[in-house]
Design a binder for this molecule. Structure first.
Ligand SMILES: Nc1ncnc2c1ncn2[C@@H]1O[C@H](COP(=O)(O)OP(=O)(O)OP(=O)(O)O)[C@@H](O)[C@H]1O
Length: 198
């Protein structure tokens, strides 16, 4: 179980970006998170993945704090994955950084081995999102924070992506926090919905 307990965060002193938020995601569950722009959804997602350190409250994975270093069992995936990749590395190196990707998962994601010789800016947004997914979904990944990941995709690509992610939830008990402004998408994919600031 992934839990946030009374989380609070401020990027600048006296300007809280998130106040006393508690949320939990169970293995195999998709929790849909929505709320007005600027309310703190991304901040919450990054705290849950250990990308930010909470200034108040705590994040627990099976009752324990997140590991301070090494592999992150909670992976954060952003809308624009290019920002999380070294622009000077070819895709092969970007992937190798997280360990050898699972070839079966790469095939299910439709990743073309030819992409490995290219730089991130030489792939389309949808291709890059698939590369970042296979990188994030190593065998030790327990939870995924998916922050507007399918927003730039067309309807068919969006449906394909979520079909695969929902299959992974069922097959390996992956838990997902899906952050989105798209109420129709969340109605389709989420087993439970949470509104921040609502
Ligand atoms: N790196 C940062 N430095 C300073 N302030 C930040 C930073 N990131 C976010 N903020 C501020 O924190 C607040 C919450 O931002 P956050 O991105 O978490 O909201 P959000 O709900 O995800 O918004 P959106 O739906 O527009 O993506 C906002 O007021 C934002 O301006």
């Amino acid at each position: 179980m992934l839990e946030a307990l009374a989380l609070g965060h401020a990027y600048a002193p006296g300007v809280p970006a998130l106040r006393e938020v508690s949320i939990r995601v169970a293995p195999g569950e998709v929790v849909g998170l929505s709320g007005p722009s600027g309310i703190g959804k991304t901040t919450l997602g990054r705290l849950l993945a250990g990308r930010l350190r909470p200034q108040a409250g705590s994040v627990r994975l099976d009752g324990q704090p997140l590991p301070e270093r090494g592999f992150r069992p909670v992976q954060y995936l952003a809308q624009h994955p290019v920002l999380d990749m070294n622009p000077r590395w070819r895709v092969a190196r970007v992937l190798a950084e997280a360990g050898r990707p699972d070839p079966a998962l790469a095939a299910r994601l439709g990743i073309d081995p030819a992409w490995e010789g290219r730089y991130p800016h030489e792939l389309s947004g949808g291709q890059l999102q698939r590369v970042s997914l296979v990188r994030a979904l190593g065998p030790r990944t327990r939870f995924l924070v998916a922050d507007e990941i399918s927003a730039p995709l067309d309807a068919i690509a969006q449906a394909d992506l979520w079909r695969l992610l929902l299959a992974l939830c069922a097959e390996r008990g992956l838990g997902i926090l899906a952050i989105s402004h798209d109420a129709a998408l969340l109605a389709r994919i989420a087993s439970r919905r949470v509104t921040l600031g609502g």
